[in-house]
Design a protein around this ligand. Structure first.
Ligand code: BTN
Length: 323
């Protein structure tokens, strides 16, 4: 399967004869393999009579050596390992397994596709093959959950910085950590934790970034408006460059987070706040309260003025909508 994908990854047409000859299989077997490939990955292979087969727009595989080369000098020594899978249930689930065995610190898990990608609040994360970035970084903290306060917001800032490095700008943040472009979601963060909630614990920082989602979907199948890096930049955006930029921001952030915590990131988060000063609805389960968003405090709680008083809203199961 990998050799077939590699052959078609250039986006050019390849005739059935050529594919068969290179893979040393019959033309009938080529057709079967292509059918299986489409079923397994969800990729669509275009077939044109007289020209052959192609993957429209080609495919850039993740390349761990290239990613390591592209890291900044500050981030490279902080990366303990890169684990790559073509297909996985969820990079967060894998990183949590590593964390439980004490093996996740500084390790980034990457995949071309997730079959059970997880989003916040029990949602799923749409994860088509080879189009986006799905990554989870393990990091060990002393000081339990308190040491992680505001971390997910800081990570949102790191992702905005990373995307700016690859030419994707004008992004905003929606509390706690949705990365938006013109109100549409381009990236999300899911932090999960194992270990001692008041002592040594392992955080798994899961990041999903839409890079070339437009090549996988028109607009259907996803329950909220989305954007992707290529559509915003109006050019090809390399997934390897996105992963390297993201790790270059997040590894130093994780390494130094214990020193100042969210205080260090608060001003930048506020400058990117998509909701500041706007009327919002705060949902806790079914219950809804209306107010005006007033930024965040140094713990990363959202401040909302409701009936004349300002209330901090902490993470967890809360969601936020523009009124
Ligand atoms: C959100 O709902 O906004 C959070 C989405 C987080 C998705 C990423 S993709 C890589 C990692 N693995 C998962 O299963 N989820 C996170």
């Amino acid at each position: 399967m990998r050799s077939l994908l590699s052959l078609l990854s250039d986006g050019a047409f390849h005739s059935g004869e050529e594919v068969g000859a290179i893979l040393a299989i019959s033309r009938a077997a080529v057709w079967k393999q292509l059918h299986k490939l489409q079923q397994d990955t969800g990729l669509s292979v275009e077939s044109v009579k007289g020209r052959g087969y192609r993957i429209l727009g080609g495919l850039e595989f993740l390349d761990c050596d290239l990613i390591t080369t592209l890291l900044t000098d500050r981030a490279r020594p902080l990366l303990e390992g890169l684990e790559y899978s073509a297909q996985i249930d969820s990079t967060n689930a894998r990183a949590l397994t590593l964390a439980q065995a004490g093996l996740a610190h500084g390790v980034a898990v990457l995949a071309e596709q997730q079959t059970a990608g997880r989003g916040r609040r029990g949602r799923s994360w749409t994860s088509p093959f080879g189009r986006n970035v799905y990554a989870s970084i393990g990091w060990e903290f002393e000081g339990g959950a308190a040491a992680l306060e505001g971390l997910s917001l800081a990570v949102g800032v790191g992702i905005v910085r990373a995307l700016a490095r690859v030419g994707v700008s004008s992004l905003k943040l929606k509390w706690p950590n949705d990365v938006l472009w013109q109100g549409k979601k381009i990236a999300g963060v899911l932090i999960e934790m194992v270990g001692d909630a008041s002592g040594r614990c392992q955080a798994v920082v899961g990041v999903g970034i839409n890079v070339a989602m437009h090549r996988a979907f028109e607009s259907q199948a996803i329950d909220q408006p989305w954007a992707d890096a290529e559509s915003i930049a109006g050019a090809h955006v390399s997934r390897n460059a996105v992963v390297a930029a993201m790790l270059s921001e997040l590894l130093p952030l994780l390494h130094e987070y214990h020193i100042h915590g969210f205080r260090e990131w608060m001003a930048e988060w506020q400058s990117l706040d998509a909701m500041a000063g706007r009327s919002v609805q705060v949902f806790t389960g079914e219950a809804r309260r209306d107010g005006v968003a007033q930024g965040v405090n140094h713990q990363g709680a959202l401040l909302v003025s409701i009936d004349g008083s300002t209330e901090p809203i902490y993470g967890g199961e809360v969601s936020l909508r523009l009124a």
